[in-house]
Design a protein around this ligand. Structure first.
Ligand code: GTP
Ligand code: MG
Length: 609
C-alpha cells in the first residue's frame, strides 16, 4: 500500500486537533465525539500537550498523521517531528492570521524542504469575511516569502476549512460537504513515503530498490511502557524492520550498540496494532532498545551510514524541586520524600525529551523549555499523588564565546488599538524592544523581541491590562547577549503571621489592600502568602483575627461582610507571580505560596544582611 506521512502544524488553537479528529472520523477510524486530545490535562485545558500519531486509510493509501502541539513551549518537539514526515498541513486561523508559532513551525518546515498545504481554518468566524480571508492569505504569502521559500514552496495549495464541522473546501463558493478535498490534496501533493520502485513482492527485477537496502530507521519521539520499557517512535527510511530482528543502533556520538527488536506496533486510527514487520516509509513504535534516543540510526548493518542527527533544543529555564518542608508538608501527598521525587523525575527523563535534571542532595534542578513545560510536569506529578515545593523559575544564563548570554523571545501581540500604550510601556520596562507594528480593523499587532527573563510573569499582567481581549504569542529565538538589569515591578505579598483558620472578618479588612488567594475557613500558617498587595509592598497580616467581642452590640449593619471571591493560586499562576524569596508548595489537593523564611523576624534579618 502507498504511504503518505504528514504532520499538522499551526499556532496554538488554530484548529489542528479539530482537523485531525475530522479526518479520523470521516475515514471511519474513530467514533463520533472522539478527540485526539485524550490526556486529562489536555481535555481540561483544551490544548494539545503531547504530539500524537494516527493513521487512516483513504483510497487505498495509508496516511500517517502527526497532530502536534501549538504552544511555544513544545516547539522543539514539533521540529523533531517535521524531520520525520514528508509534508505538512499548515493550519492558519483565517481571522487571526499567522501568529508567532505559525512562523516558527513554517520556517522549520520550509528549511527541511517540505511543500506545505495551507488550510485557512475557521472561515465561519464572524471576522473571517472575504476581505479578511484575502488579507490573511496575503500575510501567509508574505511569511513564506520572508522565510525564503523556494518558487515551488511559494506555489502552495490553499484550502478553506471549518475544521470543527469536518468541512474543507477548495474555493470559497464550493459546496461544504466533507474533509475529502483535503485528503485528495494530500494524495496528490505529498510524495509517497515508499517510492514506487519498491519491491513488495520480492520480484527479482526490483532488487536493489530501497526495499532491499539495509535497514535505516530513526526515532523522532519516545514513549514508555511499564512492561516493554522505553519505546521509540521511528520512521523507517529504508529497508524493513522485523520483530525479533537483531539491529545496531548508531548513536549520534559515533558509538554503536547492539540490540534486538522485541515488539513492533503500527498505528491504526489512534490505536496501536502489533505488527511482525514494517515496511519502508512507514511509522512504527518499537520496543527492545532500552537506550534508544532521538536521532539515533537503527540499522541491520553497522557499516551503513547514519541518518542526519536530529537536534534537540536546549532548555531555557530552570526550577528547583525540593521536599515540601512547609508546616503543612507531607499532609496531603502520597509520595513526599526526595527519593520518590527523584525516581519520578528519572522516569520522566525517559520520555520528556526537552527536559534535563541535575540531581542534587536536597534539591533537584529541573530544566525545561518554558513555564508551561514545567507546569505540566508538576500537574501530572500532583495528580499521581506527589507533593513537593519548587523555587521561582530562573532563566538559564550561559557563556557563549566568553559572552554572558540569555534566551530571547519574539512576542507577537494583538490588541484593540486603545490598549497598545500600556502594552508597549510594560514590555519596554521588561527589556523588550518593539520591532514591528501593523494595523487592521481597530486592532493592532505589535511585535517585540526581548529577554525571556523580562517576560517571565508577564502573561498574567497582560491579561489584566488588556481585560482578556488581547492575544499574546511567543517563541524562543535563541541565546543573545545578556540584556542587563530589568525593572520588573514585583507585586508584593501579603503574608500570614499566624497559624489557624482564616476568618471572614479579617479577610474583609485585608481585601481592601490587595487580591486574596484564599477564602474564609482556609487553614493558614505563619509565612504562608495569602494574597498580593495592590501597592506592591510586603505586608505581614493576621487573617485569623476575629472581631473583638464587646457587650455592646452595634447596629446590625456592620455584621454584614461582603467578600470578593478569592483568586486561588494555580501551578501556572504561582510560577508566574512567585518571588525569589518564596516557594510554591504543590500537593494533590492544594497549591500554596509561602515565604522561604516563615517568620517576619527572620525575613527582616535576612533583608538587612
Ligand atoms: N469557529 C470555529 N472554531 C473552530 C474551528 N476549528 C476548531 N475550532 C475551535 O478552536 C479551538 C481550538 O481548536 P483545536 O483543534 O484544539 O486547536 P489546536 O490547533 O489543536 O490547538 P493546540 O493543539 O492547543 O495548539 C476549539 O475550541 C475548537 O472547537 C472552526 O473551523 N471554526
Ligand atoms: Mg491540538
Amino acid at each position: 500500500m502507498e504511504i503518505r506521512n504528514i504532520a499538522i502544524i499551526a499556532h496554538v488553537d488554530h484548529g489542528k486537533t479539530a482537523l485531525t479528529d475530522a479526518i479520523l472520523k470521516q475515514t471511519g477510524f474513530s467514533e463520533e465525539g472522539f478527540s485526539m486530545d485524550t490526556n486529562a490535562l489536555e481535555k481540561e485545558r483544551g490544548i494539545t500537550i503531547y504530539s500524537k500519531n494516527a493513521s487512516v486509510i483513504y483510497k487505498d493509501t495509508k496516511i500517517n498523521i502527526v497532530d502536534t502541539p501549538g504552544h511555544a513551549d513544545f516547539g522543539s518537539e514539533v521540529e523533531r517531528i517535521l524531520r520525520s514526515i514528508d509534508s505538512v498541513i499548515l493550519v492558519v486561523d483565517a481571522q487571526e492570521g499567522p501568529m508567532p508559532q505559525t512562523r516558527f513551525v513554517l520556517k522549520k518546515s520550509l528549511e527541511i524542504g517540505h511543500k506545505p498545504i495551507v488550510v485557512l481554518n475557521k472561515i465561519d468566524r464572524p471576522g473571517a469575511d472575504i476581505n479578511r480571508i484575502k488579507t490573511t492569505l496575503a500575510e501567509i504569502f508574505e511569511l513564506f516569502f520572508d522565510l525564503d521559500a523556494t518558487e515551488e514552496q511559494l506555489n502552495f495549495t490553499t484550502l478553506h476549512a471549518v475544521a470543527r464541522e469536518g468541512i474543507v473546501i477548495k474555493n470559497l463558493n464550493d459546496k461544504k460537504e466533507s474533509i475529502k478535498p483535503l485528503l485528495d490534496t494530500i494524495l496528490e501533493k505529498v510524495i509517497p513515503a515508499n517510492p514506487a520502485k519498491g519491491n513488495p513482492l520480492g520480484q527479482e527485477q526490483f532488487k536493489g530498490s530501497p526495499w532491499q537496502e539495509p535497514l535505516r530507521a530513526q526515532p523522532f519521539n519516545l514513549a514508555y511502557d511499564n512492561f516493554l520499557g522505553r519505546m521509540a517512535i521511528v520512521r523507517i527510511y529504508e529497508g524493513t524492520i522485523k520483530n525479533g530482528q537483531k539491529v545496531f543502533v548508531k548513536k549520534t556520538d559515533g558509538k554503536i550498540e547492539e540490540g534486538k527488536i522485541t515488539k513492533i506496533f503500527t498505528f491504526e486510527g489512534v490505536a496501536r496494532k502489533e505488527s511482525k514487520e514494517v515496511e519502508t516509509g512507514d511509522i512504527a513504535m518499537i520496543a527492545g532498545l532500552p537506550n534508544i534516543y532521538i536521532g539515533d540510526t537503527i540499522t541491520d548493518n553497522p557499516e551503513t551510514e547514519s541518518l542526519p542527527a536530529i537536534n534537540v533544543d536546549e532548555p531555557t529555564i530552570a526550577v528547583n524541586f525540593l521536599v515540601n518542608n512547609s508546616p503543612f508538608g507531607g499532609r496531603e501527598g502520597k509520595y513526599v520524600n526526595s527519593r520518590q521525587i527523584r525516581e519520578r523525575l528519572e522516569k520522566e527523563l525517559e520520555v520528556n525529551v526537552g527536559l534535563k535534571v541535575d540531581f542534587g542532595q536536597d534539591e533537584m534542578k529541573v530544566y525545561g523549555r518554558g513555564e508551561l513545560h514545567i507546569a505540566i510536569l508538576l500537574e501530572n506529578m500532583r495528580r499521581e499523588g506527589f507533593e513537593m515545593q519548587v523555587s521561582q523559575p530562573q532563566v538559564i544564563i550561559k557563556e557563549i564565546y566568553g559572552i554572558k548570554s540569555e534566551p530571547f523571545e519574539e512576542v507577537t501581540i494583538d490588541v484593540p488599538e486603545e490598549m497598545q500604550g500600556v502594552v508597549i510601556e510594560k514590555l519596554g520596562k521588561r527589556g523588550a524592544i518593539m520591532t514591528n507594528t501593523k494595523h487592521h480593523n481597530n486592532h493592532v499587532r505589535l511585535i517585540f523581541e526581548g529577554p525571556t527573563r523580562g517576560l517571565l510573569g508577564y502573561r498574567n499582567q497582560f491579561v489584566v491590562d488588556t481585560k482578556g481581549e488581547g492575544i499574546l504569542g511567543t517563541r524562543v529565538v535563541g541565546f543573545r547577549s545578556y540584556a542587563g538589569e530589568i525593572q520588573k515591578k514585583a507585586t508584593g505579598s501579603m503574608t500570614s503571621m499566624a497559624n489557624g483558620k482564616a476568618l471572614a472578618f479579617a479577610l474583609d479588612n485585608l481585601q481592601t489592600r490587595g487580591t486574596l488567594y484564599i477564602g474564609p475557613t482556609t487553614e493558614v500558617y505563619e509565612g504562608m502568602v495569602i494574597g498580593n498587595t495592590s501597592k506592591g509592598d510586603e505586608l505581614t497580616v493576621n487573617p485569623t483575627k476575629g472581631k473583638q467581642l464587646t457587650n455592646m452590640r452595634a447596629s446590625g449593619s456592620d455584621d454584614k461582610i461582603y467578600l470578593a471571591p478569592p483568586t486561588p493560586i494555580t501551578i501556572e499562576s504561582g510560577l508566574e507571580i512567585m518571588a525569589e524569596d518564596e516557594y510554591l508548595e504543590i500537593t494533590p489537593k492544594s497549591v500554596r505560596l509561602r515565604k522561604k523564611l516563615l517568620t517576619e523576624l527572620e525575613r527582616v534579618k535576612a533583608g538587612k544582611k
